[in-house]
Design a protein around this ligand. Structure first.
Ligand SMILES: Nc1ncnc2c1ncn2[C@@H]1O[C@H](COP(=O)(O)OP(=O)(O)OP(=O)(O)O)[C@@H](O)[C@H]1O
Ligand SMILES: [Mg+2]
Length: 437
């Protein structure tokens, strides 16, 4: 689903209260009964006012009515959860406007947003389970047996975990985006002005970059971590001129465009992103994850840059010996200690693993085809062939009234970006950019 912030400005303070009430009620109810929404939201206008807001929220798809449920009730949609997160960022003054979507992955949407001063940031919205309901049958069976194992809950868990890793890595001096804030199934981070390695046709020094990436894998291992998805989509390459004066000279040459061969006056630095799936070096399958990350780098460098390292490895058993060496802080332990229950982590891990399996072999990911097997309708009704409560067809209750002129607290309003094409085009630098990726 796409985040459409247009309806936000039409929501009243009461509507936000009612939306929040549905969220609170969702903690214990798959479908939140209307009387419960009324009692949690405690609006001055009473039940009538609450119903008015319910209609308005259902009309714009932020909550969905379950018509054939045993009782009359509503469920928060992904859209509703998106709005609540944006509302939180807006009241923190962390987000003022929403710009373009720069990525639609299978597991997340990536949007460029801006704060009131116009500083660009990245909003990552986790959407676990978006593709799995038809393609991975085992997924739904697995989750059905687990209480509270809804996809919304897992997406929130993925965001919390990713944020915890990003903070820990940042504190330790790893090059990752700045973790700015986290709310529900989303995280807010700094925008890295760089291209994913996937889009780079050639680099000045493949051997040097390869060594740097392997060193990064080993540095993570020393801190007790394996990235678990260390591929060309999750490594952004920042370019900086080695000699700024020489660079200024070259910029004057009209022939130098992005697709030209790379200049030697460029230093590329990898910035790592995408952390919800990170695992500990003590994980039962750590060796497999470690080897897979290493193999991913090797395969990509061979295919893209025709570079094959003369050195074998690195090997897990050697990396394992370095964990915690020289006083390296165990980041796996630090994140584990930040309050994720074992059961929750098992659920998340299974969900991420199955998402990755659904995505196909590494390096073969094709965003276009990834999108085509995603059915927009599945967001709102992910259980269309089941017979329990949440499996009923969901219809929006659109008996709402119009003519709602009020506007809610302007401090937390999120604006639609103007045409912020500039937000989404990082500076084209000196590296040759590959066509069609
Ligand atoms: N902080 C950032 N700055 C700049 N670009 C970013 C940032 N975070 C993400 N992106 C862009 O969005 C893409 C997807 O982000 P990310 O890898 O975090 O999501 P994902 O869940 O892996 O999505 P997918 O399902 O496509 O793998 C990245 O490959 C990158 O191009
Ligand atoms: Mg990714």
């Amino acid at each position: 689903m796409k985040l459409d912030s247009k309806a936000m400005r039409h929501l009243t303070a009461e509507d936000w209260r009612v939306l929040t009430a549905v969220e609170i009620g969702s903690k214990n109810h798959e479908v939140v009964p209307t009387p419960l929404i009324e009692s949690i939201s405690k609006l001055r206008g009473g039940a009538g006012r609450v119903r008015h807001s319910i209609s308005a929220l259902a009309k714009v798809g932020l909550i969905a009515r379950l018509k054939e449920a045993r009782y009359d009730g509503y469920r928060l949609t992904y859209g509703g959860l998106d709005y609540l997160a944006l509302h939180t960022y807006a009241s923190q003054k962390a987000v003022y406007s929403v710009g373009n979507q720069i990525g639609v992955g299978k597991e997340s949407d990536i949007l460029v947003v801006a704060d009131a001063a116009g500083a660009q940031r990245i909003l990552k919205i986790h959407r676990l389970g978006r593709i799995s309901f038809r393609t991975v049958k085992a997924n739904r069976d697995y989750l059905r047996r687990r209480q509270g194992g809804s996809w919304m809950y897992l997406s929130r868990l993925a965001a919390e975990r990713e944020y915890a890793f990003m903070r820990a890595l940042k504190e330790e001096g790893f090059l990752v985006p700045d973790p700015l804030s986290q709310s529900r199934h989303t995280i807010l981070m700094s925008l890295v002005d760089a291209f994913p390695l996937r889009q780079i046709a050639s680099v000045p020094d493949p051997a040097g970059l390869y060594a740097e990436l392997i060193a990064l894998i080993l540095r993570l291992a020393k801190h007790g971590l394996i990235h678990g998805d260390f591929n060309e989509f999750n490594i952004l390459l920042k370019e900086e001129p080695i000699d700024p004066d020489a660079d200024a000279e070259e910029q004057k040459q009209p022939s130098r465009k992005g697709k030209e061969p790379p200049t030697n006056n460029v230093k590329v630095t990898p910035v790592l992103i995408d952390f919800p799936q990170m695992v500990s070096m003590d994980h039962a399958n750590a060796e497999m994850y470690f080897d897979r990350d290493v193999a991913c780098v090797k395969r990509f460098f061979e295919r893209r840059f025709h570079f094959v390292s003369t050195q074998p490895g690195p090997f897990f058993r050697d990396a394992k010996k370095t964990v915690g060496r020289d006083g390296a802080r165990r980041l796996d332990a630090a994140v584990e200690a930040s309050g994720f229950s074992k059961k929750a982590l098992k659920d998340l891990e299974a969900a991420i693993r199955e998402q990755q399996e659904a995505r196909g072999p590494e390096g073969e990911q094709d965003p276009a085809s990834a999108d085509s097997d995603y059915d927009e309708d599945e967001d709102e009704d992910d259980d269309d062939d089941d017979d329990d409560d949440d499996g009923q067809p969901v219809n929006q209750d659109d008996d709402g009234e119009d003519g709602r002129g009020e506007s809610y607290d302007e401090h937390s309003e999120v604006n639609e970006g103007t045409n912020r094409d500039d937000l989404t085009t990082p500076n084209i630098g000196r590296l040759a950019i590959k066509d069609g990726t």
